[in-house]
Design a protein around this ligand. Structure first.
Ligand SMILES: CC(C)(COP(=O)(O)OP(=O)(O)OC[C@H]1O[C@@H](n2cnc3c(N)ncnc32)[C@H](O)[C@@H]1OP(=O)(O)O)[C@@H](O)C(=O)NCCC(=O)NCCSC(=O)c1cc(O)c2ccccc2c1O
Length: 337
C-alpha cells in the first residue's frame, strides 16, 4: 500500500468519514464517468484493479443471428450472440401477446439455452423480451387447455417447469433483462435467472390466482428465499403488481436503470462477469443452488467436483493405470489438511 493511500485512509478515519461517504463518493464517480464503483478509489480515480483492467466498456455490442443447427426455424424466439464477446441473448419474440409463452416458445428457448450451454465461447446468457412493453406475461392463456398449454401436436404441457430447471442448472450466469411486464410465469422466469437488471418501466408480480393458476414449485419457494415468507405470501395471495423500485427494495432485482440504458447496463454487468474466473462462477452458482435444491443440488455440485477432479493429475492417474492394466500409484498425491 502506498504511503499516500495510507495517509488517505488515516485522514478518512480522523475526519470521521463513514463507509456510506465512500460508497456515495464512489457512486458519484461511477455516475460522472465510466469508472464504475468497483474500479474507483476513495478519491474517484481508478483503484489498482481499475488501473490494470480499465473500466468495463459501455460500448454497444454487435449481435449475430444464430441458426439452431438441425433444428426447425425459430418462430417465437430470437437467438443472438455478441460478435467477439462471450454473450448470448435469447429474446422471447411475441410482443403482440406481451411475450406470453406457448409450448413452442418454451421449446425454442430450451434449444437456445442448450446451445449456449454447449458453446465454450459463451460465458453469460441474457434472457429478455421483444419490445419495451413486456419481458414476458407468462403462459399464453389462449392455448391453455385442461392439464396445460396445448401446442401444435395437441398435447397439453407445463414445459416451462423443465425450462426453469434448465436455467437453474445451466453452469453459466443467466441474466434477465426486464423492460415492462414480468408477470405470471414470466415473473418466475426472471426470478430463476441468476441476476435481474430492470428498466424503470418494469412491473413485476404473480397473476396466477386471478386466472386460476399457481406455481407451487420454484415460483413460490424460490420467491420466498428472495423476498421472505411474508412478502411471498403477499405476492401470491393478493396477486398485486409492483414497480421496479419496489421490486428492487424487495430484493427481486439487482438494479434499476433508465429504459434507454437497459441493454447498455446489462452488457456492463455481463462483461464484468466475463472478466472473472468461469470456474469460480460455475462453482458458486452450483453451491448457491445446492443450499436450496436438496439432493438435486448436491448432485449438481458433485458433478462439478468430478469435472475438476477429471482435470487433475490424480484423477488421470486412475484412468491411465486402468488403461495400462497396472495398479494406480496414488501415493504421490498429498493428503492436504
Ligand atoms: C401483462 C398485462 C398486465 C399487460 O397489460 P396491457 O394492458 O399492457 O396489455 P393487454 O392486456 O392489452 O395485452 C395485449 C395483448 O396481449 C394479450 N396477452 C397478454 N398477456 C397474455 C397472456 N398471458 N396470454 C395470452 N394473451 C396475452 C392480451 O390478451 C392482448 O391481446 P388482444 O388480442 O386482446 O389485444 C396483461 O396483458 C395481463 O395481465 N396478461 C395476463 C397475465 C397472466 O395472467 N398470465 C398467465 C399467468 S399463469 C402462468 O403464466 C403459468 C404458466 C405456466 O406454464 C405454469 C406452469 C406450471 C405452473 C404454473 C404455471 C403458470 O401459472
Amino acid at each position: 500500500m502506498s504511503a499516500q493511500r495510507r495517509l488517505q485512509i488515516l485522514s478518512n478515519h480522523l475526519l470521521g468519514r463513514t463507509s456510506e461517504d465512500l460508497v456515495s463518493r464512489q457512486a458519484t464517480a461511477a455516475n460522472n464517468s465510466d469508472v464504475s464503483a468497483s474500479y474507483a478509489s476513495v478519491d474517484g480515480k481508478p483503484n489498482s484493479y481499475g488501473r490494470v483492467h480499465g473500466a468495463v466498456s459501455r460500448e454497444p455490442t454487435n449481435w449475430r443471428r444464430i441458426p439452431i443447427v438441425s433444428r426447425e426455424e425459430l418462430t417465437d424466439v430470437i437467438y443472438e450472440k455478441a460478435i467477439g464477446e462471450g454473450i448470448a441473448k435469447i429474446t422471447i419474440n411475441r410482443p403482440e401477446r406481451r411475450n406470453a409463452f406457448r409450448p413452442r416458445t418454451v421449446q425454442e428457448m430450451s434449444w437456445c439455452f442448450g446451445d449456449a450451454r454447449d458453446d465454450p465461447e459463451v460465458g453469460v446468457i441474457i434472457l429478455t423480451g421483444a419490445g419495451d412493453l413486456a419481458f414476458c406475461s407468462g403462459g399464453d392463456q389462449s392455448v391453455r387447455g385442461q392439464g396445460g398449454y396445448v401446442g401444435a401436436d395437441g398435447i397439453a404441457r407445463l414445459n416451462v417447469l423443465d425450462l426453469q430447471i434448465q436455467i437453474r442448472r445451466l453452469p453459466k450466469p443467466v441474466v434477465a433483462m426486464v423492460a415492462g411486464y414480468a408477470v405470471g410465469g414470466g415473473h418466475i422466469l426472471h426470478m430463476i435467472c441468476d441476476l435481474t437488471i430492470a428498466a424503470d418501466n418494469a412491473v413485476f408480480g404473480q397473476t396466477g390466482p386471478k386466472v386460476g393458476s399457481f406455481d407451487a414449485g420454484y415460483g413460490s419457494t424460490h420467491m420466498a428465499r428472495l423476498v421472505g415468507q411474508k412478502k411471498a405470501r403477499e405476492m401470491w395471495f393478493l396477486a398485486r403488481l409492483y414497480d421496479a423500485h419496489e421490486a428492487h427494495r424487495m430484493g427481486l432485482v439487482n438494479t434499476v436503470v433508465p429504459l434507454d440504458k437497459l441493454e447498455e447496463e446489462t452488457l456492463v454487468w455481463c462483461r464484468e462477469m466475463l472478466r472473472n474466473s468461469p470456474t469460480a462462477l460455475r462453482l458458486l452458482k452450483s453451491a448457491l443452488n445446492a443450499a436450496e435444491d436438496g439432493q438435486a443440488g448436491i448432485q449438481e455440485l458433485g458433478g462439478n467436483a468430478t469435472l475438476l477432479f477429471y482435470q487433475s493429475e490424480e484423477g488421470n492417474e486412475g484412468r491411465q493405470a486402468y488403461l495400462e492394466k497396472r495398479a494406480p500409484n496414488f501415493s504421490k498425491f498429498k493428503r492436504l489438511p
